[in-house]
Design a protein around this ligand. Sequence first.
Ligand code: SAH
Length: 357
Amino acid sequence: MNALAEKLAARIDRDGPLSIEDFMTICLLDRDHGYYTTRDPFGAPGDFITAPEVSQMFGELIGLWLWSVWQAAGAPENTHLVELGPGRGTLMADALRAIEGATRQASPFCLHLVEASPTLRRQQRQTLGQRTITWHDDLETLPVDGPLLFVANEFFDALPLRQYVATPQGWRERLITFRDKRFEAMLSPDPSTVALPQAPTGRVGEVSPVRQSVLATMAQRIAGQGGAALIIDFTDRALPLVDTFQAVRSHQFADRFENPGEADLASAVDFPALARTAGENGVAAHGPVSQGHLLAALGIEARCATLKQNASSEQAEALDAAFNRLVSPEGMGEDFVALALLPNDQPIPAGFEVRAS
Ligand code: SAH
């Protein structure tokens, strides 16, 4: 048993079974042994690859999207660019380089990174060089004196969820206990009042109060201060009535309860639920549209062609492979989707126009 397993087992012994929400938070962010706190999990030798790590094209196009949304709002002064869960800082570096290349000026934005992991903060500092950066533990400390332009790629999937199982007595929460030297799932003895639709016995339902609350904060800030948000993540059409809680290690699915802190834990993001919360908090939600659709609308094909002009044949092949991975349905093109949040009076942003079917 690793050190985090000992710690979790002792806690369950003392306080009783843990919710999946608490288990996931501890596994990912425990100060001494958490997955993100202690390592840089990205890239080929790591556990998983995210879109900005696949190709610079991703961050570049998102940078230009953020800049165009800011232009459409009248290029307000004192705008803060906020990335939630920036990982290695790759998306932000590519975004800023694209903005500065297109405008031939220094980026007009103050830079804020919301990052819980000290290890990844150090990596972000390295990737972003000498730029002025303000780090935040959460959204509460973000400035109140100007518009906030948020970007969050594969951040919401890392925020913890709760799971419930349908029983003849109604929904009961799935908890994690420690028995015979193993962590295992059990059902809460009491039925829950969670707001999930009725479902046949045995069906799993997922909700994430943490994600809803982060989204509500973003929406309230945008409604009050101006700005926008672009949220990209993987989803599942069967949500909320499906079990999507997963562990990934060395690019493969792993047991969710074994070797806590050593695998990435995540679950698919319920975009309709996020969009509803946005509306309830006074901003317009556009989309979700698929990642493939968004990147195509933002001109990834032309960007790829430009990059290929100065590439060796090997590099050109790598660019084509990256393009396919980001855009095609076999890659991330359909399972990943994007949602945009804007003040109600702002025009529909690029890539989110309603598609004629
Ligand atoms: N956006 C990056 C990384 C995604 S991984 C990319 O696309 O490559 C998730 C990121 O969110 C990591 O940087 C992780 O440390 C951070 N994170 C996870 N939970 C967090 C929380 N509760 N608060 C702040 N950051 C968190």
